[in-house]
Design a protein around this ligand. Structure first.
Ligand SMILES: Nc1ncnc2c1ncn2[C@@H]1O[C@H](COP(=O)(O)OP(=O)(O)OP(=O)(O)O)[C@@H](O)[C@H]1O
Ligand SMILES: [Mg+2]
Length: 311
């Protein structure tokens, strides 16, 4: 569906995108994850044909877009980072306007309007002006506009910024239904939880370059296993309750703060039962157990030496 081959874009002397390649198949959600200024929007603009790459090539269904009138552009829907809606118009009127830009009219347009309004859960608010919408509702309408002409490739540039959990879930459900219907989705975000929840594959980018590309599972296996056992206690305890435990051969570290014991271990499979037995022998009763899991945040940290949140 989409082939991006070593695209580059500079603004003056600053390289915003520096040799990025990616592929996207039908029925797949590809996450483009990177901090502010990583080059996500610039990448998206080149894919959508809004910016011409300095080098490299974008192919949609195997072909390059040739100018603004190219029918290939109809295969593509873009949900822009900066919302593109007319505040004084109602949702319906916005859709009529954008539908007309795609050459939709008459019965087809009416049917498409109902389809997209229902899919983003705004059908009952269709006659209200956008100025009266919440931020999350505007984001949902922004998505509805991009879906109006039923594109095969949907590009979403941080579509959930400033959105409440309910609207975010509504957006995710819409996107999952589109994936199930065989659409290809490119989803840019700087929220790791979103990439973890939604994306089949994830490209991590920073400073215009791709740092890694894999499934979530594949990215996480690049890190050493965390090997930390966390045990929560409801009762009032102090560190002295665990005296002597840190000298056990299998324990590499031990901390206790706010009711949570964190024990670094050599080998999770062998050492967890040992530690739990030691705790039981002391008559200590825990309320919750878990092993710390590696996260995309750790992957980003390992790749860049920085945290995605502060980057
Ligand atoms: N029109 C422009 N003129 C000059 N520099 C630009 C322009 N657009 C983007 N840049 C620069 O290119 C780099 C990448 O910007 P881009 O908007 O693609 O990042 P992003 O990953 O989308 O970030 P964000 O998460 O903040 O949206 C930044 O350093 C930015 O300042
Ligand atoms: Mg951006």
């Amino acid at each position: 569906m989409l082939d991006v081959l070593k695209i580059e874009k500079a603004f003056g002397t600053r390289k915003a995108v520096d040799g990025l390649s990616l592929q996207l198949r039908p029925g797949e959600i590809l996450g483009l994850l990177g901090p502010n200024g990583a080059g996500k929007t610039t990448t998206v603009a080149m894919i959508a044909g809004l910016l011409i790459p300095d080098a490299g090539e974008v192919r949609i269904q195997g072909r390059k877009i040739q100018g603004d009138q190219d029918p290939l552009k109809r295969q593509l829907g873009l949900v822009p980072q900066d919302m593109a809606l007319y505040e004084d118009l109602t949702a319906e009127e916005n859709l009529t306007l954008f539908g007309a830009l795609y050459g939709l009219g008459g019965k087809d347009l009416e049917a498409a309007k109902v389809r997209v309004l229902e899919s983003v859960g705004l059908h009952d608010r269709r006659k209200d002006s956008v100025a009266t919408y919440s931020g999350g509702m505007k984001r949902r309408l922004n998505l509805a506009v991009a879906l109006l002409h039923d594109p095969a490739l949907l590009i979403l540039d941080e579509p959930t910024v400033g959105v409440d959990p309910q609207s975010r879930n509504a957006i995710f459900e819409t996107l999952e239904a589109l994936r199930a219907a065989g659409k290809a989705l490119l989803y840019t975000t700087h929220y790791m939880e979103e990439a973890e929840r939604l994306c089949d594959r994830i490209v991590i980018m920073d400073s215009g370059r791709m740092l890694a590309e894999d499934t979530l599972g594949g990215l996480l296996t690049r890190l050493p296993v965390a090997n930390v056992l966390c045990v929560d206690f409801d009762s009032e305890l102090t560190l002295s309750a665990f005296d002597g435990l840190e000298t056990e051969a299998c324990v590499s570290s031990l901390t206790f703060t706010r009711g949570r014991l964190r024990v670094g271990l050599q080998d999770l499979c062998l050492d967890v039962p040992r530690v739990l037995q030691k705790l039981a022998d002391r008559g200590l009763r825990w309320s919750h157990l878990e092993c710390e899991r590696s996260s995309l945040e750790n992957v980003f940290l390992a790749l860049t030496g920085r945290s995605l949140r502060d980057a």
